[in-house]
Design a protein around this ligand. Structure first.
Ligand code: 3PG
Ligand code: MG
Length: 391
């Protein structure tokens, strides 16, 4: 892989693919975490005298739709960095090229949403070429989108020299170190909703970790795969659980499942709440959070850890009544942070930590959701592989 620091980029037009897919409400960015994580790259490129052209996707628009415009992102970036930041309301073509030709060293131009062009997601070769025309070199810094085979992820790199950005380098380094040579014990924790998207991750983490703690619906699915009644199953779920049982060694002593839960009703009515042992669940109930004994058990394991990897909330944390497990565990990790190297990722997990205002008590908050899961699962991310392309 190339190293941007070994290249003289003074006066060059540097096309940077970033993942500035951030939540927007009423035309304003409501969470600028991903924007802030890009700033070291921007500062580096600026200090080296580059002209910086930023491209990103935002949301999943079907066509040009201003509800998904990148303009508010450019505005927030302008508030966060000094110097010139311009927004152009297109992604390729004459207007964009004209604006770029007027740039001075250190200037930033932010282009409109890549996904306003359907060619982006189709990885259309002509579109990749048009993007490549915008820069002298390409910097890939969109770790969160590196699992997508889109033009700006696996196409542009074929036409201009390509480099990983500082954020991408950091994500790869931190996640690989934690998986390949962690300070032990390594304790992993996986929660969240869909077990189907996490089977490979659970399997790999079980191989790599000293303990794997589970929560959320994912834990419920594993309990059921072990034959413990948690709720009635749909036939599609039965298939999924057979897959779980086939792939994951459910008897592995490293695998830790909840022993009690906060039960709610399947309609999530917040008035109803009962704490009980996992085996005590009633027909009308659903396990919506980990219970106090599980919190205690997980706390003991986490307290002995030297490295922690966490992805996915441990309960239905959006509802106050069922958020305690996720919050308590987040606080515990925050409190022991000086003793442990902690890595967290996944949009919802990061949101839970931000809600508590304890982001600073974690060592690495990943900008990747699906990308982080694929990386942990050991899948080759197309966007990272593409950087090995020789021009
Ligand atoms: C994310 O938010 O996970 C990334 O930006 C990828 O977005 P996508 O799932 O719409 O491709
Ligand atoms: Mg630490």
């Amino acid at each position: 892989m190339n190293n941007i620091r070994n290249k003289n980029i003074k006066g060059l037009k540097v096309l940077v693919r970033c993942d500035l897919n951030v939540p927007i409400k009423n035309g304003k960015v409501v969470d600028d975490f991903r924007i802030k994580k890009l700033i070291p790259t921007i500062n580096y490129l600026r200090s080296a005298g580059a002209k910086i052209i930023l491209i990103t996707h935002l949301g999943r628009p079907r066509e040009r739709d201003l509800a998904f415009s990148v303009r508010p992102v450019a505005r927030r970036l302008w508030e966060l960095v000094s110097g010139r930041v311009e927004f152009v309301d297109d992604t390729i073509g004459d207007k964009v090229e004209k604006e770029i030709n007027e740039m001075l060293e250190g200037d930033i131009v932010v282009l409109e949403n890549l996904r306003f062009y359907k060619e982006e997601e189709q990885n259309d070769d002509e579109f990749s070429k048009k993007l490549a025309r915008l820069g002298d070199i390409f910097v890939q810094d969109a770790f969160g989108a590196c699992h997508r085979e889109h033009s700006s992820i696996v196409g542009v790199n074929k036409y201009i020299p390509s480099f990983p950005g500082l954020l991408l380098e950091e994500e790869i380094r931190v996640l690989s170190d934690a998986l390949v040579s962690p300070d032990r014990p390594l304790v992993s924790m996986v929660g969240g909703f869909k077990v189907s998207s996490k089977i490979k991750v659970i399997k790999r983490l079980l191989e790599k970790s000293d303990y794997l703690l589970l929560g959320g619906r994912v834990a419920n699915s594993l309990l059921m795969a072990k034959g413990i009644y948690v709720k009635d199953l749909l036939s599609s779920e039965e298939e999924e659980l057979m897959e779980v049982a086939k792939e994951i060694n459910l008897a592995d002593p490293k695998l830790q499942l909840p022993i009690d839960g906060v039960m709610g009703l399947s309609n999530f009515d917040e008035e109803y709440k009962r704490i009980g042992a996992i085996g005590s669940i009633r027909k009308e109930e659903d396990v919506l959070d980990i219970g106090p004994e599980t919190i205690e058990k997980y706390k003991n394991i986490l307290s002995g850890a030297k490295t922690i990897i966490w992805n996915g909330p441990l309960g239905y944390f959006e509802k106050e009544t069922f958020s305690k497990g996720t919050e308590e565990i987040a606080r515990i990790i925050g409190q022991i942070n000086s003793e442990v190297f902690s890595i967290v990722g996944g949009g919802e997990t990061v949101e839970a930590i931000q809600k508590l205002g304890i982001e600073n008590q974690f060592d690495h908050i990943s900008t990747g959701g699906g990308a982080m899961l694929d990386f942990i699962a050991g899948k080759e991310l197309p966007g990272i592989k593409a950087l090995e392309y020789e021009n």
